[in-house]
Design a protein around this ligand. Structure first.
Ligand SMILES: C[S@@+](CC[C@H](N)C(=O)[O-])C[C@H]1O[C@@H](n2cnc3c(N)ncnc32)[C@H](O)[C@@H]1O
Length: 293
């Protein structure tokens, strides 16, 4: 199988226009946060963030297949002792103006968050991964991310109530229900929407670009081999490196030439893979040690 990795230099707002309609299966990205790293690649003021991002979101919607998914890794900052609201405003405007469906929100729990003391809050150890879709039915390979049942079989599942043993219909009439006893003799379960992953640290112990395990989990969940993954804010190319290793085509867009050159040197534009069937991918081996945020 031939796997292509395209690295494109420029402002994604413009470069995205060169990509064909409905050609991408998964957009997975972490854009610059409001007012972060002003000197490095230009911060966007929190008040202008929505206005700046919406035209990019419109292009992402155009290039995404109807069966595709957009996962946005973002977290609002604290300004003047208060959380900014631009992420919430962005979700609302993407729904209202562009018709995106806000399907789900995942939490990335950063397991190795540094201790600290703040007068009015505790240390921030999580980020959002907001899932948007174009359609209510989209490609999702839930079996690919199943997890061992673990201690549940010995604790909660051991003492089932009468309700647990029958199908417990949704109280809000959604048509969804649960029968917990169905899971009694199973080894594997579907995961929750909280991902526990450590940030990757360089040898100076700084927090780094997102860990490879993060795109890996979403690429497994929303794509199959031969599909196409796009990261419009590529940075050090974590999404593309993982996509290539998992035999997905990928496109990375980056405004800083030095990051583009670095990723081009690291990743081959075309990689040939044997078509042999493998049950799992090679374990994640973090190599990217660049602090971009
Ligand atoms: C938070 S970093 C992404 C880090 C990446 N996930 C990684 O693991 O290395 C955001 C990246 O977006 C790039 N960027 C900022 N504005 C951009 C734009 N308009 N178009 C393309 N890239 C942009 C920055 O140079 C930076 O490398």
């Amino acid at each position: 199988m031939e796997i292509k990795t395209d690295i494109l230099l420029g402002d994604c707002k413009k470069v995205l226009k060169t990509l064909p309609d409905e050609s991408v299966d998964l957009v997975f990205t972490s854009p610059p946060y409001a007012d972060q790293r002003k000197k490095t690649y230009g911060g966007i003021h929190p008040d202008q963030y929505v206005e700046w991002f919406l035209p990019i979101a419109a292009e992402l919607k155009r290039v995404l297949k109807p069966s595709g998914t957009f996962v946005l890794n973002i977290k609002e900052k604290v300004v003047n002792g208060e959380r900014s609201t631009y992420v919430m405003e962005l979700i609302l405007e993407m729904r209202r103006q562009q018709g995106w469906l806000w399907t789900e929100e995942f939490i990335w729990h950063k397991k190795n968050c540094y201790p600290g003391k703040w007068p009015n809050r505790f240390r921030d150890s999580w980020e959002r991964l907001i899932q948007f879709n174009k359609e209510r039915h989209f490609s999702m390979y839930q079996e690919a991310v199943m997890v061992p049942m673990g201690d549940w079989s010995k604790t909660r599942l051991k003492n089932l109530s009468e309700t647990d043993k029958t199908r417990d219909e949704s109280k809000v009439g959604s048509g969804f229900g649960k029968n917990i006893s169905n899971w009694l003799r199973r080894d594997m379960a579907y995961p929750a929407n909280v991902l526990h992953l450590a940030t990757e640290c360089n040898n100076k112990n700084h927090s780094a670009a997102f860990p490879e395990g993060l795109p890996e989990w979403f690429i497994k969940l929303f794509t199959k081999e031969g599909d196409t993954v796009l990261d419009p804010f590529m940075g050090s190319g974590t999404t593309n490196a993982v996509a290539q290793r998992m035999k997905r085509h990928s496109i990375g867009i980056e405004i800083m030439p030095e990051y583009c050159e670095m990723v081009e040197q690291e990743l081959r534009p075309v990689e040939l893979y044997l078509l042999e069937k493998k049950d799992s991918y090679a374990p994640t081996e973090p190599q990217r040690r660049i602090d971009l945020r």
